[in-house]
Write a protein that binds this ligand. Structure first.
Ligand SMILES: Cc1ncc(COP(=O)(O)O)c(C=O)c1O
Length: 372
């Protein structure tokens, strides 16, 4: 069963199949609605999938990031370096955790943090780096890891868009000290509602996270910290278990369709394709994002022809009103992020898109001339 959309070719298309419906009904009929057996099984299976010792589910990806930082004991004055070009939840979570986000600009030809620019932002107060594997493409983890080890700081991967992506043969989430995932309905896998996951090898962090997400509990009616009601519901976990089993197949389809877009669009004048994979990188193409100086014209042309597209993201985080007000950022603070935000367009990609549809979208993209 496919969720219905108003476009002939939708941007994304979350899957809800019969097995997921059955899993949901079974969980509702036979388990505790909160912290039922499915939650623990989903955590175990997700940890195994990522190659980490622990996984702790949460109510959202934002909560996963916030709780991860708090579980690592990041104190209030602690600075966290991250990208200004992400969904704004990444840096909101830093602020919710009581720490201070410090942005560094992007690499010149990609969408992720530039490790050299991160290095320039380090101060004695820096406690962690949050690389975001944006659009499903892994960040340059070797350089970031070296930097973090050198300075004795932690890495929290924002893998909210990158379930199953790999770097040097390891799944993202397992490369930093902690990895965070979102299961929001647009992601490569979802729980058919909001949900998140923290993965880590660090037992202390995992124990603290389990307590934080469950009211700060030490036991049923004693608490060890001021926590949150931020648990993943049982029924969502039951659906997540089925989705996790489909994830690799779905990611393979995404990769195949991304290759087809590349073949179809290669050489189109004035159109930049997403960065390719360097050896050891394996993207899962959460989004297939092109860059054009005529982005808005292109989006309108696609829409007129029944093709949905979107801009991820039109305004970089530092130029959002609350960040301007709080930190005094203005245009020019992070030039690459700002330039990219003005030129990106996400084309339809999802596990149910057909080769014919990719060809149709590509033909429409090629229709326009992209002179400067
Ligand atoms: C990169 C990134 N970070 C964080 C989040 C926050 O996740 P959630 O929406 O589940 O809170 C999202 C997704 O929405 C995201 O794409």
């Amino acid at each position: 069963m496919q969720v219905k959309h108003g476009f002939k070719i939708p941007l994304m298309s979350p899957v809800v199949d019969q097995e997921m419906l059955q899993a949901a009904v079974l969980a509702l009929q036979s388990e505790k609605l909160v912290m039922g057996e499915s939650v623990y099984k989903f955590e175990e299976e997700f940890a195994r999938y990522c190659g980490t010792r622990h996984a702790v589910s949460t109510a959202s990806g934002t909560a996963a990031l916030q709780i991860a930082l708090q579980s690592m004991g990041i104190e209030e004055s602690g600075e966290i370096i991250t990208t200004p070009f992400s969904f704004f939840a990444t840096s909101n979570a830093v602020i919710h955790a009581g720490a201070q986000p410090r942005f560094a600009d992007l690499e010149k030809d990609g969408f992720n943090l530039d490790p050299e620019k991160v290095e320039l932002k380090l101060t004695p107060k820096t406690r962690a780096i949050i690389p975001v594997h944006l659009y499903g493409h892994p960040s340059r983890m070797h350089e970031l890891r070296d930097l973090a080890d050198d300075k004795g700081i932690r890495i929290v991967e924002d893998a909210c868009q990158a379930h199953g992506a790999e770097y040097d043969g390891r799944r993202v989430g397992s490369l930093g000290d902690v990895g965070c995932f979102s299961f929001y309905t647009s992601k490569n896998m979802t729980v058919c509602g909001d949900g998140g996951m923290i993965v880590t090898d660090d037992e202390q962090v995992a124990d603290a996270a389990r307590s934080f997400r469950d009211c700060g509990r030490a036991s049923k009616y004693t608490m060890s910290r001021i926590g949150y009601t931020s648990r993943l519901n049982t029924v969502n976990a039951a659906i997540g278990r089925v989705q996790l089993r489909r994830l690799d197949t779905w990611n393979e389809t995404r990769r195949k369709m991304a290759s087809m877009y590349r073949r179809e669009l290669d050489g189109t004048a004035g159109l930049e394709l997403p960065p390719g994979e360097t050896p050891g990188e394996r993207s899962v193409y959460h989004l297939f994002v092109v860059r054009s100086n005529h982005r808005d014209k292109l989006a309108t042309h696609l829409e007129k022809n029944g093709v949905e597209s979107a801009i991820h993201y039109p305004v970089p985080i530092h130029l959002q009103a609350p960040y301007r007000a709080r930190y005094g950022y203005s245009e020019g603070s992070f030039p690459i992020a700002e330039s990219v935000a003005g030129r990106v367009l996400s084309l339809p990609i999802h596990p149910s898109i057909t080769e014919e549809e990719v060809k149709t979208v590509s033909r429409l993209v090629r229709d326009l001339t992209y002179s400067k």
